[in-house]
Design a protein around this ligand. Structure first.
Ligand SMILES: [Zn+2]
Length: 309
């Protein structure tokens, strides 16, 4: 369990429980590095800034410890497709000794979060799930909750809606009041390329902007370079888009994305995007290309999105 918990920080004033998860996909170390630095910053802040106030508690956890230790996306299955109510019911009713790989990881994550909720009795829980991608570009994934969209916009990265329709069983689907027992709001942040050192800085900036927006830290305590890092990187990208199309890859071995694509590249209907099992794959619609798949695990080939603002 100690491998799973990156850090905890408790403010002197009461407030919500903020759960920040990193490496739900084991090949995404940037979020873990960001959280390690964040907890160091939080320890130092009251010394250099005596007026600093944190409200509530933060816990930073590694999502898929076994895959993280191996540096691969997952061991047996994508953990971020397993959070369906039925499957979680199966996992929670099963003894730990009978679970393995991703199911065991989920059981342990839930144990950590449930213990925090039972011990601290917060009024509200926030989940920020940090990811990186195999193609360049940053964005936030919001739920349909209007607060989730509003908070995502304040992070200063493009906000994508509709992604959760094309897939099921993500943490964003699961962490709701109905499943958690207290009001819960969740958001995912994609910080850029998996191994770009700047992805760590962008994850830190997203966490700090998130904390400011939900009010657990004061705006006056936040240096504006965190805004700048994300605003500059998102310059020229759309503010709010909706993903409306997904290409599913059945066998990743047969998938070859055309090189050079990045998130939010504008594509036209008929553009050559990839090869699957020797066949050319063309864009079926005009729009923004999202999450072109350049890694050897994963089944979402790409998404296409359109402006909604
Ligand atoms: Zn990920």
């Amino acid at each position: 369990m100690t491998d799973r918990i990156i850090g905890k920080y408790k403010g002197k004033v009461g407030g919500p429980l903020l759960v920040i998860t990193a490496a739900m996909h084991g090949n995404e170390p940037a979020g873990v590095k960001a959280l390690n630095l964040l907890f160091k910053m939080l320890e130092v802040e009251p010394i250099t800034n005596p007026d600093f106030v944190y409200k509530g508690e933060i816990i930073g956890i590694i999502g898929n410890v076994q895959a993280y230790q191996k540096g691969q996306r997952f061991i047996e299955k994508d953990i971020n497709r397993c959070w369906t109510a039925d499957h979680i019911h199966y996992i929670t009713s099963m003894d730990k000794t009978r679970l393995c790989n991703e199911d065991l990881e989920i059981k342990e994550i839930l144990e950590v979060i449930n213990q925090e909720i039972n011990d601290r009795k917060p009024d509200k829980m926030y989940l920020l799930d940090l990811h990186t991608t195999s193609s360049d570009g940053i964005f936030c994934i919001a739920t349909n909750d209007s607060d989730s969209i509003k908070i995502a916009k304040d992070i200063h990265a493009p906000v994508i809606l509709g992604l959760l329709h094309g897939i099921a069983g993500t943490t964003l689907h699961y962490f709701t009041k109905q499943n958690v027992g207290i009001p819960a709001l969740s958001l995912a942040f994609e910080g850029g390329l998996h191994n770009d050192p700047m992805s760590v800085n962008r994850c830190i900036a997203a966490v700090i902007n998130f904390m400011r927006t939900i009010g657990v830290i004061n705006a006056k305590d936040v240096e504006n370079h965190h805004d700048k890092i994300l605003q500059e990187y998102a310059n020229g990208l759309p503010r709010l888009v909706e993903a409306f199309y997904k290409y599913t890859v059945k066998d990743n071995e047969k998938w070859e994305m055309k090189s050079g694509y990045k998130n939010f590249d504008k594509i036209r209907k008929g553009d050559f995007l990839a090869k699957y099992d020797g066949e050319d794959i063309f864009a079926q619609y005009d729009g923004y290309l999202l999450m072109p798949l350049y890694q050897k695990q994963g089944s979402d080939g790409f998404f296409i999105a359109r402006d909604i603002e």
